[in-house]
Design a protein around this ligand. Sequence first.
Ligand SMILES: Nc1ncnc2c1ncn2[C@@H]1O[C@H](COP(=O)(O)OP(=O)(O)OP(=O)(O)O)[C@@H](O)[C@H]1O
Length: 301
Amino acid sequence: MNAAIEVSDLAKRYGDTAAVDGVSFEVSTGEFFGILGPNGAGKTTTLEIIEGLREPDSGTVSLLGQSPWPRNNDLAMRIGVQLQASAFFERLTAREQLHTFADLYGKSASRADEMLELVGLTEKAATRIEKLSGGQAQRLSIACALVHDPEMVFLDEPTAALDPQARRNLWDLLRQVNADGRTVVLTTHHMDEAESLCERVAIMDNGRILTVDTPAALVRSLDSATHISISSGFLSPEEAARVAGGVATTDDDGLDLTFTTRDPAAVLTALAERSALDGLRVQGATLEDVFLELTGREYRA
Ligand SMILES: Nc1ncnc2c1ncn2[C@@H]1O[C@H](COP(=O)(O)OP(=O)(O)OP(=O)(O)O)[C@@H](O)[C@H]1O
């Protein structure tokens, strides 16, 4: 594995708060890596230390083979950091904003326009920052992070405060950024975002990393049951018991008849044989179940 980032035993305190408390992980070149955790878990602090924006109390970071602290220009040219929309220059249009960033990095105006196109904002080029929607502003901030063609991009909660459609559009953009060969590291408190985008996820809570793996492996490691529901009223209790057939428990709340099983194929086959598939829903374990298993707490972002 060719590590783009190596983080070892990182720690950072703010007064009594151990914001980052012994964090270690590696990210390989070209990987889409996520740091997932609830508010205050320490994601932003970890990211800022890796980006070279904050000095750790202890521990080491190797970013593209170099130390990000104190800041050095070589690294600054090779990484892209998505700024919060509030960090934009005031009163500029989207195009002026991006041209200003391109200029700072010694890149051409045509490169800036290409980035505007990439993030789908060409039509909004002449719109002033304060008139952009939340999703458009987020996309512009991603364009700013990409304008100097960095090898690696850092995004801190890139889809916070977006509606579901805008989030999905942004996911497509981020997948494309990664497919273009860039290493992408993002923080998120959305389980579904981590599950959908990231090749590997570090689950963080109270300044510590609880586990790091692919979302699929994390969910598989739970060995948890699958819930299969159909609408109530299509099967008698006797038939439901036959479908369960000793491999499932049943629960009927008057709306849904739910089978909980570790052998979903058997239950689905028995339901299909009876043509009892009305309102079918199949729910496997999710990263939320992984968080619950690791912390004993429900996940609340
Ligand atoms: N500049 C600071 N001064 C004091 N405490 C801080 C500072 N920055 C962060 N903290 C505290 O450190 C802890 C970790 O914060 P951090 O912002 O890294 O978490 P996070 O996982 O990114 O959370 P969020 O999703 O809410 O941004 C929190 O308890 C926070 O209150």
